[in-house]
Design a binder for this molecule. Sequence first.
Ligand code: NAP
Ligand code: ZN
Length: 319
Amino acid sequence: MPFRYDPGELGPQEVEIGVSHCGICHSDLHLIANDWGISQYPFIPGHEVIGTIAAVGADVRSLTVGQRVGLGWQSNSCGECEWCIRGMENLCPAIEGTCVHRNGGYADRVRANARFVIPIPAALMSEHAAPLLCGGITVYSPLRAHGVNPSSRVGVIGIGGLGHLAIQFARVFGAEVTAFSTSAGKEEEARALGAHHFVNSRESKALKEVAGTLDFILSTINADQDWATYIQALRPTGTLCFVGVPPSPVAVHAFPLISGLRSISGSPIGSPYQLKEMLDVAARHGVKAQIEPFPMAKANEAIEKVKKNKVRYRAVLAN
Ligand code: NAP
Ligand code: ZN
């Protein structure tokens, strides 16, 4: 039975989007399972939305009915705090999530504050653009923030929805890219996406061989690992950055951090301005998600396939 709800009156700063596509991010699976203890049921997942504006609130001037737009993880912020004023709305303490505080995008319609609804460049096809709204921005933002450039050697751990976009963006920034994967069968595709090197992370010998070779490692996996090995893979001043959420605390020795001036960090999605920039970079440099399409009615089937790590590389639901 499809779930129906009455969204009430459209707020003056909100827009309503008629959903055409919605990507399946692994965060949706975490939320369905209440892994983070924040889910409320009945729960409508979905935060990689593409669609067209169906209605605009009374005060919205930036968007018009019929325009093609995207909406990611964040759907509102306070608009007044230091972080909002600095253009870092994704750090606002009053952040609202598209499918956490609201009803998400596995749906016909979805609503958000207009500041978080981004026009989609004409060069991007909707099904290829949907995964950029969360997966894309989540990897773009830290690569950019950490100054990845043609002299950088970048590692990407986990070649799933986020990871396959991270390889592409790291290449666009000119870096030498190493893919770390538990799936030997992904090597050829990882190289086709732009990876120069492929390391099977189940082979401890292969992992040891990359010791001291990387400036920036982005972990996109949702599993525990021997993080010490990845810290060892960093060159002095290098950073291991988490965007994927492993279930256990990350326990590492301080000495390799101290001796090599190495850092561990994390990064949450990106701001609306960065979303615009990322979409423009994707359009100009041909970054696009490799997708498996599913009809919206087959969402459960698609989710099962994501859970089994069988999707290459992003499942996208279409209405
Ligand atoms: P995904 O498409 O399912 O990809 C995850 C990849 O991790 C898999 O393709 C697999 O890559 C690897 N992996 C899976 N299970 C593993 C295991 N047991 N051991 C080692 N590697 C394993 O997921 P996603 O949508 O990219 O999301 C990844 C994580 O990022 C999730 O935790 C999600 O919640 C998080 N996330 C964070 C943010 C943020 O703002 N920080 C935003 C979006 C998502 P290989 O086959 O190559 O090993
Ligand atoms: Zn997501």
